[in-house]
Design a protein around this ligand. Structure first.
Ligand code: GAL
Length: 452
């Protein structure tokens, strides 16, 4: 009995150590390779009671100035963009040491869990990555952020950002964060050479998608690359399917409090998703979004549907836009820009508030945004950016943002509150492995009750 207890304690200790190591507080290194896994039935929504991460635990040497920035930008493109903003910060703030606290995992599914524990434990980083929109409100409601209204106006950001964004960072009559970009979620990326060799055009509609998929399959190319390791990729794909199925107006209504999430269109969207996954790589639960993008780059897969951080990733691999890879709106969503925005806020109790404000000035500046976004694969949050710095894809994206109907992303924090996002994400990751249409519909209907 005593022996079993000791053994259990030793095993838990090892697991905690492994967790801390995997979180890699303060490191930019990619996560340790993980074994292929099936998605767990239910993902944890709270982190184990470990932490602080290494970065927070290190006390600055007396007199040394520090700034700790927390994000999940560790992949090619996103890490490059972040480094560019750090470069500008360092030029303007000599002598401040930046602690780059990253937790790998797209869409922040891992990072948010670690952050939550740090915040609850009273050990906030100075500033953290947060999506504009509903995701932001949970930190505000928990009293974890400082209002930035006066700062925002002093800097004149309210004059150079679109109303859409200003509305998404305003809550309870205050502004809470500084947006750095606008990303597009509903993008289909395809391998240009594979498409040309097979006389294929990027599919416009869902029907076209299945025709193209059949043609690729007949040639032995995986039609659709899908990830799952980061626990958001299937939910990401599904938001484009929802948008295609409902259309932008009814899609928007899904996020009105009281919507039932149980109609025939939801069944239709789930059936479409199941059919799509029938054309996807079967090892998806072991691959992250960037691995799936890499399959397209390598010509092993024809297409992937991913946000335009995939563009940043492709650039980081020295691939040429419009030569090695092409893009189009996700099938059935042409004319709609499914948007999301990354922003940074100021922690309540930030250890280094002055340094943090200097960081937010880089985030909000034209210089910062024009350095960050061309590498990140996103378009600037500011409307006065220098368009000549943006490549052929990003020019297309800037134009689309101006001309298209806009719809908010679910997975990336714009449309719905955090508890819904978590339940939605879990439901889709489980579905990707069991393909049980009834269970996922019930799970989504249950999740819908979180939209209040
Ligand atoms: C999103 C985030 C993007 C990108 C992506 C993949 O949630 O908004 O900036 O980082 O996750 O990591």
């Amino acid at each position: 009995m005593r022996y079993t207890k000791m053994l259990l304690t030793a095993v838990s200790l090892l697991m905690i150590l492994a967790f801390v190591a995997a979180c890699g507080g303060g490191q930019t290194a990619a996560p340790a390779a993980q074994p292929a896994q099936k998605p767990a039935a239910v993902q944890p929504t709270t982190a184990p009671a470990v932490q602080p991460t290494q970065a927070a635990a290190q006390k600055p040497a007396a007199g040394a100035k520090k700034l700790e920035i927390f994000s999940w930008w560790t992949n090619g493109g996103e890490a490059t963009g972040l480094e560019k903003m750090y470069g500008i910060y360092k030029q303007k703030n000599a002598g401040v040491e930046i602690v780059n606290a990253t937790v790998a995992g797209g869409a922040g599914t891992n990072a948010k869990t670690v952050l939550k524990t740090r915040l609850q434990g009273g050990q906030p980083p100075d500033s953290w990555q947060v999506h504009a929109g509903k995701e932001l409100t949970s930190y505000v409601d928990a009293g974890q952020m400082q209002p930035l209204t006066a700062f925002f106006k002093e800097q004149g950001y309210d004059k150079v950002m679109p109303k859409l964004l200003l509305d998404q960072i305003t809550y309870k009559n205050e502004i809470w964060s500084v947006p750095v970009n606008i990303h597009r979620s509903n993008v289909l990326w395809y391998n240009k050479k594979v498409f040309a060799a097979n006389n294929l055009q990027p599919p416009k509609t869902l029907d076209d998608f299945f025709k193209v998929a059949d043609a690729l399959k007949a040639k032995g190319v995986t039609p659709l690359a899908v990830g799952g390791k980061d626990k958001f990729e299937n939910g990401h794909l599904f938001e484009s399917v929802l948008l295609a199925t409902y259309g932008p107006d009814d899609y928007a209504k899904l996020f009105a409090p009281g919507t039932k999430w149980d109609d025939a269109k939801l069944t239709q969207a789930i059936d479409t998703m199941k059919k799509m996954l029938g054309y996807a790589n079967s090892d998806r639960s072991a691959l992250g979004w960037a691995d799936a993008a890499q399959l397209v780059l390598d010509g092993k897969a024809g297409m992937t549907i991913m946000g335009d951080w995939a563009h940043g990733y492709f650039l980081s691999k020295n691939a040429k836009p419009d030569v090695d890879y092409g893009w189009a709106a996700a099938p059935g969503t042409d004319g709609v820009f499914l948007w999301l925005s990354d922003s940074f806020g100021l922690a309540k109790g930030a250890p280094n508030p002055d340094q943090a404000k200097a960081w937010l000035m880089v985030c909000g500046s034209k210089e910062g945004q024009d350095a960050f976004n061309p590498a990140k694969g996103s378009i600037p949050a500011r409307t006065d950016a220098d368009k000549s710095l943006y490549d052929v894809y990003l020019k297309y994206s800037i134009d689309s943002f101006g001309a298209n109907k806009l719809a908010p992303s679910i997975v990336h924090g714009a449309a719905a509150p955090e508890p819904y996002m978590v339940a939605y994400g879990n439901a889709l990751e489980v579905f990707s492995s069991d393909l049980d249409t009834k269970t996922v519909k019930q799970a989504l209907t249950d999740a819908g009750k979180e939209i209040k």
